[in-house]
Design a protein around this ligand. Structure first.
Ligand code: C2E
Ligand code: MG
Ligand code: MG
Ligand code: MG
Length: 286
């Protein structure tokens, strides 16, 4: 019986692998035309000042709706875009679009854009960002580039030069998803980061009895503070989590408790009605 089921299992896995490979292929093919077919858009998730809920800025998050496959998650298509280097054209589009949209927001509201390690290796990224800033006429200090520590794995000379060029432009740098990956403290010293984003995984379960996450959040806030960097915490969904991260002294808060990612139309609508302070709306897990 064991032998029989073993064979069956083998067949099952092999066809599953086959399906996965085909799905990946379909996504790659479709992604090649997504930009041209105007299937991509940006949604914007606010991050707020911890003390009063006032919107400090919005993070641009790419969205893709394919006519046949429907909505495809970034976690599915961004890695494929990175492997195929399609991310350079998608990323360039996102930088231009986000700056254009931010030009319609108040002058003290920032825009954060995610940049992949592959884009960081791209020739001319600083020129693309400079061009987008010039075209939209927004203050460079309102633009935050979010990168993960994966940029440190590649060509360091090129990376260091890009950091210098970005600083010259006057844009801000955030270290995204901090605490996942290698999270070497040396990375914090290697580049002129203005902000550290504490990964959502430290918020999950943080209010449960015996969780070590509060101590980790404290430690990151403390290191960032000593280096003169601000902190944002990602993925705050509940009121007790909000109370906790406030007590730990994070500067900015982002998460479904305040808002999911919004369309530009929705932002302009809120702006029209003067809604710039967000209320924490969510369940308390207590
Ligand atoms: P990220 O930059 O760490 O973005 C945060 C992700 O967490 C977003 O997922 C956001 O929708 C989600 N999120 C925010 N608040 C909450 C919350 O309270 N609870 C939960 N469960 N999730 C929350 P999204 O939009 O699916 O993006 C996933 C990742 O894809 C991003 O992670 C980023 O690494 C990448 N990505 C998205 N847009 C772009 C882009 O334009 N360029 C590049 N290079 N990467 C992008
Ligand atoms: Mg991000
Ligand atoms: Mg993040
Ligand atoms: Mg994340």
């Amino acid at each position: 019986a064991a032998k029989g089921s073993g064979r069956g299992q083998f067949r099952f896995y092999s066809s599953e692998l086959h399906d996965k490979a085909r799905e990946r292929n379909d996504i790659e093919e479709a992604l090649r035309d997504a930009l041209q077919n105007e299937e991509l858009s940006l949604h914007y998730q606010p991050f707020v000042h911890q003390e009063n809920g006032k919107v400090a800025g919005y993070e641009a998050l790419m969205r893709w709706q394919h006519p046949k496959m429907g909505w495809i998650e970034p976690s599915k298509f961004i890695p494929i875009a990175e492997e195929t280097n399609l991310i350079t054209s998608l990323g360039e589009w996102a930088i231009r679009q986000a700056c254009r949209d931010a030009a319609k927001w108040p002058n003290d509201v920032s825009v954060a854009i995610n940049v992949s390690a592959a884009q960081f290796q791209q020739e001319g990224l600083a020129a693309i960002i400079g061009g987008a800033l010039a075209a939209s006429a927004i203050d460079p200090a309102r633009l935050e580039m979010e990168i993960t520590e994966s940029v440190f794995i590649s060509d360091m000379e090129r990376t260091d030069k890009l950091f210098r060029d970005l600083k010259k432009l006057g844009v801000r740098l955030s270290l995204d998803d901090f605490g996942t990956g290698f999270s070497s403290l040396s990375y914090l010293g290697r580049a002129p980061f203005d902000k550290v984003k504490i990964d959502r995984s430290f918020v999950v379960g943080s209010t449960e009895e015996g969780s070590r996450n509060p101590a980790i959040i404290s430690a990151i806030v403390s290191v960032a503070g000593a280096l003169g960097m601000r902190t944002t915490v990602e993925g705050v969904e509940a009121l007790d989590e909000l109370a906790l991260v406030r007590e730990k002294g994070v500067d900015y808060i982002q998460g479904y408790l305040f808002s999911k990612p919004l369309t530009q139309d929705k932002i302009l609508e809120k702006q029209g009605s003067g809604e710039w302070v967000l209320e924490a709306k969510g369940p308390s897990r207590n």
